[in-house]
Design a protein around this ligand. Structure first.
Ligand SMILES: C[C@@](CO)(OP(=O)(O)O)[C@H](O)COP(=O)(O)OP(=O)(O)OC[C@H]1O[C@@H](n2ccc(N)nc2=O)[C@H](O)[C@@H]1O
Ligand SMILES: Nc1ncnc2c1ncn2[C@@H]1O[C@H](COP(=O)(O)OP(=O)(O)O)[C@@H](O)[C@H]1O
Length: 345
């Protein structure tokens, strides 16, 4: 028990009941993603280089005496505004899948916290407020990042060391990308190379932050379906070259070495991706690439000013030309770090 416990609060380890941990859960981009082999357990051996970016969900977790997890979800700045940007109906009854985030055990926040409670024999439970900003099914790892943030907040609230090895086990059991967002043992870092099924991590020191424009069309893709439609190449490309370019800060070389082996299956499942890539090229002459299993794409630019300019240009063009007749969320942002700060209230 630490010295912050109030006199009347039940002592169940860590901070007292009622304490709230608040954090921002960043999205990620895959600058490089190669498939090395298909495994017998249904997963693929991959070689990927990921960067966390400053486009974040917000998560507040409160310790409670009541067992179990209670989760509420809302969109930032509001469901209505996000629906407008995507050119979709915001009425949950006539709903579309794009804004429907599962509550209950299929939400990775709930799943991660349930595992956490079981692993550490925690007395009581957690009340969670998740405010989504990162689109789902975008290849930006929103759900994985939320889960990692939930684990990190719960550990802090319960007085468990952030480097406790069980936290990594819980993370890996929730999803291949969750260990990356937990940032364990590589604290703090700006990029990471992940191998295995995504859980073997080694830090990459970016020479300088990268400025990016991210474009999310009104379509979400299932990671499992995209992997299922993918092909492992006969001669996979190695990620070491792009790692060297990132560490040198050579933007031209970085852009030249970016690849995503999941692009092909994702483009077949969602033709909007081609439209985005072509539109960015036509507008700016800059290479645009899919992140993860899609559907979001990104372009690396030289400065925040160029990011703003390109984002504005794309906002005008993509809305008009989209074959789906719908909008897109376009954000100019930059790389950030994981893990992010957790504040205690
Ligand atoms: C493609 C990537 C690239 O960073 O990101 P996203 O597009 O999901 O953000 C990841 O490999 C996704 O990791 P994650 O989203 O955690 O996937 P998981 O829940 O572990 O797996 C979902 C499904 O994708 C397939 N899968 C996932 C990871 C992997 N290395 N090989 C696979 O074949 C499996 O069929 C698995 O059942
Ligand atoms: N906290 C969460 N936020 C968003 N989606 C979630 C969450 N928990 C579970 N999901 C489910 O996981 C799916 C994939 O989530 P996400 O990580 O956003 O996509 P991706 O794997 O493409 O990066 C969503 O479509 C949704 O059904």
């Amino acid at each position: 028990m630490n010295g912050l416990a109030s006199k009347n609060a039940p002592e169940i380890g860590g901070y007292p009941v009622g304490t709230v941990a608040h954090t921002r859960a960043p999205a990620k981009l895959n600058l490089f993603l190669e498939l090395k082999a298909r495994r017998d357990d249904g997963f693929h051996e991959i070689d990927t280089v990921m960067v966390p970016i400053d486009w974040c969900d917000e998560l507040r977790i409160r310790r409670s005496t009541e067992p179990g997890i209670r989760l509420t979800i809302d969109w930032l700045p509001s469901r209505k505004v996000v629906a407008q940007r995507l050119g979709i109906d915001d009425d949950p009854k006539r709903s579309n899948d794009l804004l429907s985030i599962p509550v209950g055990e299929s939400n990775l926040v709930s799943r991660a916290l349930s595992r956490f409670i079981a692993e550490f024999n925690i007395v009581g439970g957690f009340d969670c407020e998740l405010r989504k900003s990162v689109p789902a099914g975008a290849g930006m790892g929103g759900a994985s990042s939320d889960a990692a943030s939930a684990i990190a907040c719960a550990a802090k609230l319960c007085g468990i060391d952030s480097r406790h090895p069980k936290l990594m086990d819980i993370a890996a059991s929730i999803g291949s990308d969750v260990p990356f967002f937990l940032g364990l043992g590589i604290n703090p870092m700006s990029a990471i190379r992940a191998t295995g099924r995504g859980e073997c991590l080694s830090p990459v020191n970016l020479a300088e932050p990268l400025h990016v424009v991210v474009i999310y069309p009104s379509v979400s893709l299932s990671t499992g379906k995209v992997y299922a439609a993918s092909q492992v190449p006969d001669e996979p490309i190695d990620g070491s070259e792009i790692v060297r370019s990132l560490e040198r800060g050579d933007l031209r070389a970085i852009t030249r070495r970016m690849i995503n082996r999941l692009s092909e299956p994702a483009r077949i499942l969602a033709p909007q991706i081609d439209e985005i890539i072509e539109s960015v090229w036509r507008t700016s002459g800059i290479t645009c690439q899919l992140t993860g299993s899609g559907s979001a794409c990104f372009a690396i630019v030289r400065s925040p000013v160029q990011a703003r300019r390109l984002a504005n240009l794309l906002q005008a063009t993509l809305g008009r030309t989209s074959s789906a007749g719908s909008g897109a969320v376009i954000v100019g942002t930059r790389t950030t770090q994981v893990p992010t700060t957790i504040s205690i209230q």
